[in-house]
Design a protein around this ligand. Structure first.
Ligand SMILES: Nc1ncnc2c1ncn2[C@@H]1O[C@H](COP(=O)(O)OP(=O)(O)OP(=O)(O)O)[C@@H](O)[C@H]1O
Length: 736
C-alpha cells in the first residue's frame, strides 16, 4: 500500500504497455477523483455515524423490522442448537463403525436425517426472512429519499445549483437496493454467528479445555486485523466504482434520449469522412496516373531486378496501409478513433476510466479474498492443532477416541465457522461502506439545500402586506421610472407577495444566475390582466431566468415580486415536457388521472382538432387496439412526436388548465406562424394573459408590451404599436 502511494500511482499497473496520452489523462482523472473520495469517505467514525443515521431512517417505523429481527434471532438459536446434533450424530456413526453396532448406526442415521433436515429448513426460512427484511428496508429508505428528492423541486436544485452529487438517480435506484440487500445479509451473519460463537465457546471449553476457545479467538482477531488493513482503501475504490458505473450508464442514457440528434450528426460526420476519403483517393489516383507513365518509362529503362524490388516495396506499402486501416476501423483498445462519433469516443473514455478502477477493485478484492480464504482454509489445521495439544504437547492425555476427536473437531470447526462468518462480514462491510457514503452524502446534501436559508424567499400574502406596489393605474411603459416609497432595506431583501390574481408586479427586481453573475438590475413593472408582455433579448442574457425567478424556482434575486399563486400561473418551459402515459394524461398534467379528473373522448377530440391533431388520438387508439398498453409508465411519447407536436400538446394542456397568466418560454418556436397566431387568439378568448419569451418578430403581433434586454445588461419597456409595426424589419439591431 505504501509503495503504491509513494509512486503516486494507485493503479495496479496490469497493462503498463498503454502509455498513450488518453490513458495517462484517464489515470490522472481517476487518481484525482480517488484522492478526493478518499479524503471524504474514510473507513472511520464519521462513516459509522453516517451508517447509524441510515439505520435510524430504516427503523423509523420499527415494529415490523424488530419483529423480523426477533424471528431471525429465534431461528438462529434453533438452527445453532440443532447443529449440535449433527456433531453428535456423526460421532455416533463413527463409533458404530468401530464397535460394529448396526442398531446405533441406523438410529443415528434417522436422527441425523431429522436434525440435518430441520437445520436445512431453518436456514431456508432464515434466508427468506433476510430477503423480506431487505425488501422492507429498501421500501422505507427509497420512499424516504424520494420524499426529500421531490420536496421543493430539490431534484432540480441538486442539478442546477449543486455539483456535489453525481448520479442522484443511481443513488436512489441501485445504490439503495444494493445497500439494503447487503445489509440484510450482514445482519443475518451477525445474528447467527454470535450464537454459534457463544454456544461453541461453551462446548469447546467443556469438551477440550479453556485454551481451545482462546486460540480460536486469537486466530480470528489476527484474520480480522489483516482484513481491515485491506478493507480501508476499498471504501473509496468502491465508491469511485459506483460513481463511474453511474456516469457510464448516464452517458448511454443520454445517447438514448438524444438518439435522433446524435444519429443525424453521425451521418453528417460519416459523409464528411467519406468525402474526405474520396478526395484523398482521387488525389492518389491522379498521382497514380502519373506514376503509371513514370513506371512505363522506368520499365523500359531498367532491368528485371529493379522491377522485383519495386514490387516488394509496393507489397510492403500495401501491408502497411492494410494495418493502418485495421487500426483505424477495428480498434478495440479503447483508443479514440478518427471515425468514432464524439459520443462513441466519450463512451470509450468513460468505459476506460471505469475499467481502470474496476481493475483496482478486482486487485484489492483479490487481496481481501486471499486473506479471508486463507484464514477459512487454515482453520481445520488450527482445530486439529488444538485437539492435539493434550496428546502431543501438554501430555495430559495419552490417546483420544475416534468419537472424541469427531466431537471436539466438530465443535472447533463450528466455533471457527462462526468467526469466519465475521471475516466474510468484513468483505461485505467494505462494499457496504461505499453505499453508506453515497446514500448518506446524498441525504446530507439534500438537507443542506433544503435548510439553506439563502435559497428561501419570504412569502407574504398581499392582504397583510401594506407596502406592496399599490397603484394599478401605473402603466407598463412608464414603470421603468416609477417609484414607490421603499426603503433601501426593501430593495436589498427579497420578498414574494402572493396577490389575488389581478396582476404580476416586479419591484426593483435584480436577479442573478446560480453562480452569482448579475443578470439584470432594478426591473420594475406591472403586468395587468390582458396586457400581454413579450420579453426579447440576446441568447443567454437572462430571459428564461426571469421566468424561473417569477416562478420561485430560482431564489437569486433582490426586490419584490408580487404575483398570483402558482396555481393561477402556468409555465411552459423551452423544452416541451411530456410524461409517460396516455394523451389524456399529458393534458391533465401536472395533475394525474383520477376519478374526479378525466377528460372525455369528445372534449379531447375538440381540443386536438383546434390544431388539427386528431390523428394523434387515432394513433393512440391504434396502439391501444394493438394491445400495447398506452397509459403504463413506460410509454414515451417524446420519442414518437415531432417537436411541433410536442409544443402543441403542451399548449393544449395550457388551454385545458385555463390559468390567469401563462409564461411561455419560446413555447411556439417549432410551430408555423399561422398556428402560433391561433394559439394567441385562443389564449385571448380564454382570458389568459401571456408573458412570452421569444426571438420571432411575429410574436410582437400578439403582445401589447415589449420588455427588451440588451447585451449591456440594460433593459427597457415599450408599448407595441401593432398597427404600425413592421414585422419584417431587419432584426439585427433589435437587442442593441
Ligand atoms: N444552472 C445554472 N447555473 C449557472 N448558470 C446558469 C444556470 N442556468 C443558466 N445559467 C446562465 O444564466 C444566464 C441566463 O440564462 P437564461 O437561460 O436565462 O438565458 P436566456 O436569455 O433565456 O437565453 P436563450 O435565449 O438562449 O434561451 C446564461 O448565461 C446561462 O449560462
Amino acid at each position: 500500500m505504501n509503495n503504491l502511494n509513494k509512486n503516486n500511482d494507485i493503479d495496479i499497473n496490469i497493462d503498463s504497455s498503454s502509455n498513450n496520452t488518453n490513458n495517462s489523462s484517464n489515470n490522472d482523472y481517476n487518481y484525482k477523483e480517488l484522492k478526493k473520495i478518499k479524503e471524504n469517505n474514510k473507513f472511520d467514525w464519521v462513516l459509522f455515524k453516517r451508517f447509524l443515521k441510515i439505520i435510524k431512517i430504516i427503523y423509523l417505523k420499527p415494529t415490523i423490522p424488530i419483529v423480523l429481527l426477533v424471528i431471525l434471532f429465534g431461528l438462529a438459536v434453533g438452527s445453532t442448537y440443532l447443529s449440535k446434533y449433527t456433531g453428535i450424530v456423526l460421532a455416533n456413526i463413527y463409533g458404530s463403525f468401530s464397535t460394529g453396532n448396526k442398531e446405533l448406526f441406523l438410529k443415528s442415521l434417522f436422527t441425523g436425517i431429522g436434525a440435518i433436515g430441520s437445520s436445512a429448513l431453518l436456514d431456508a426460512i432464515i434466508k427468506f426472512i433476510v430477503s423480506i427484511m431487505a425488501w422492507r428496508w429498501r421500501k422505507v429508505l427509497c420512499l424516504y429519499m424520494q420524499s426529500i428528492y421531490f420536496k421543493k423541486s430539490l431534484f432540480y436544485k441538486i442539478i442546477a445549483f449543486n455539483d456535489k452529487i453525481d448520479n442522484p438517480d443511481q443513488r436512489i435506484t441501485s445504490d439503495i437496493d444494493n445497500f439494503t440487500t447487503l445489509l440484510a445479509t450482514i445482519v443475518s451473519q451477525c445474528i447467527t454467528s454470535p450464537m454459534i460463537v457463544i454456544y461453541y465457546t461453551y462446548l469447546t471449553f467443556t469438551t477440550i479445555n479453556w485454551y481451545a476457545p482462546l486460540i480460536v479467538y486469537g486466530y480470528f482477531f489476527l484474520g480480522y486485523f489483516l482484513n481491515k488493513l485491506v478493507m480501508s482503501p476499498m471504501v473509496s475504490i468502491n465508491y469511485l466504482q459506483d460513481k463511474l458505473e453511474g456516469d457510464f450508464r448516464y452517458l448511454h442514457q443520454r445517447i438514448r434520449n438524444f438518439a435522433e440528434s446524435i444519429a443525424l450528426q453521425g451521418i453528417l460526420k460519416e459523409n464528411f469522412n467519406v468525402s474526405q476519403e474520396n478526395n484523398i483517393n482521387s488525389y492518389n489516383n491522379n498521382n497514380n496516373t502519373s506514376n503509371i507513365d513514370y513506371d512505363k518509362e522506368y520499365l523500359i529503362n531498367n532491368n528485371n531486378n529493379s522491377l522485383k524490388n519495386r514490387k516488394n516495396k509496393k507489397q510492403n506499402n500495401y501491408n502497411n496501409n492494410k494495418n493502418d486501416i485495421n487500426k483505424k476501423y477495428f480498434n478495440i483498445d479503447g483508443e479514440k478513433n478518427e471515425k468514432d462519433l464524439v459520443e462513441e469516443g466519450q463512451a470509450k473514455e468513460q468505459f476506460d476510466n471505469l475499467l481502470r478502477n474496476k481493475k483496482r477493485v478486482i486487485c484489492w478484492q483479490f487481496g481481501l479474498n486471499t486473506t479471508s480464504d486463507l484464514f477459512s482454509y487454515l482453520s481445520p489445521l488450527v482445530n486439529y492443532f488444538i485437539i492435539s495439544l493434550p496428546v502431543f504437547f501438554l501430555n495430559t492425555k495419552s490417546t483420544l477416541l475416534p468419537a472424541e476427536v469427531t466431537v471436539q473437531s466438530y465443535n472447533c470447526i463450528m466455533l471457527a465457522s462462526g468467526f469466519s462468518q465475521y471475516i466474510s462480514v468484513s468483505t461485505n462491510i467494505s462494499d457496504l461502506s461505499g453505499y453508506v457514503s453515497r446514500i448518506s452524502t446524498m441525504i446530507e446534501i439534500c438537507f443542506n439545500i433544503l435548510n439553506d436559508k439563502s435559497l428561501e424567499t419570504d412569502l407574504v400574502s398581499s392582504s397583510i402586506n401594506n407596502t406592496s406596489v399599490s397603484s394599478s393605474s401605473i402603466p407598463l411603459e412608464s414603470s421603468n421610472n416609477f417609484s414607490i416609497n421603499h426603503s433601501d432595506n426593501d430593495i436589498n431583501q427579497r420578498k414574494i407577495i402572493i396577490n389575488n390574481g389581478e396582476n404580476i408586479k416586479l419591484d426593483y427586481l435584480s436577479y442573478y444566475s446560480p453562480k452569482g453573475n448579475k443578470l439584470f438590475s432594478n426591473i420594475s413593472l406591472i403586468i395587468e390582466k390582458n396586457q400581454n408582455l413579450l420579453i426579447m433579448g440576446p441568447s443567454g442574457c437572462g430571459k428564461s431566468s426571469l421566468i424561473r425567478i417569477i416562478n420561485g424556482l430560482w431564489p437569486f434575486f433582490t426586490g419584490t415580486i408580487d404575483k398570483p399563486n402558482n396555481d393561477k400561473i402556468f409555465f411552459l418551459p423551452q423544452q416541451p415536457y411530456l410524461i409517460f402515459g396516455s394523451l389524456e394524461s399529458q393534458i391533465l398534467y401536472p395533475f394525474s388521472k383520477s376519478d374526479s379528473k378525466r377528460i372525455n373522448e369528445k372534449e379531447m377530440r375538440r381540443m386536438f382538432s383546434q390544431f388539427e391533431l386528431e390523428y394523434l388520438l387515432d394513433r393512440e387508439m391504434e396502439i391501444k387496439n394493438n394491445q400495447n398498453i398506452i397509459n403504463d409508465l413506460t410509454h414515451n411519447w417524446l420519442n414518437q412526436l415531432s417537436n411541433g407536436e410536442q409544443q402543441l400538446i403542451s399548449i393544449i394542456r395550457l388551454f385545458y388548465h385555463r390559468p390567469q397568466f401563462a409564461l411561455l418560454d419560446e413555447s411556439t418556436s417549432s410551430i408555423p406562424q399561422n398556428v402560433e397566431e391561433k394559439v394567441y387568439q385562443i389564449a385571448k378568448q380564454l382570458n389568459i394573459t401571456t408573458i412570452s419569451v421569444g426571438h420571432r418578430l411575429s410574436l410582437l403581433n400578439y403582445h401589447s408590451h415589449l420588455l427588451k434586454f440588451n447585451k449591456n445588461k440594460n433593459w427597457s419597456i415599450e408599448k407595441i404599436n401593432n398597427d404600425n409595426h413592421d414585422n419584417n424589419q431587419n432584426n439585427n439591431n433589435i437587442y442593441d
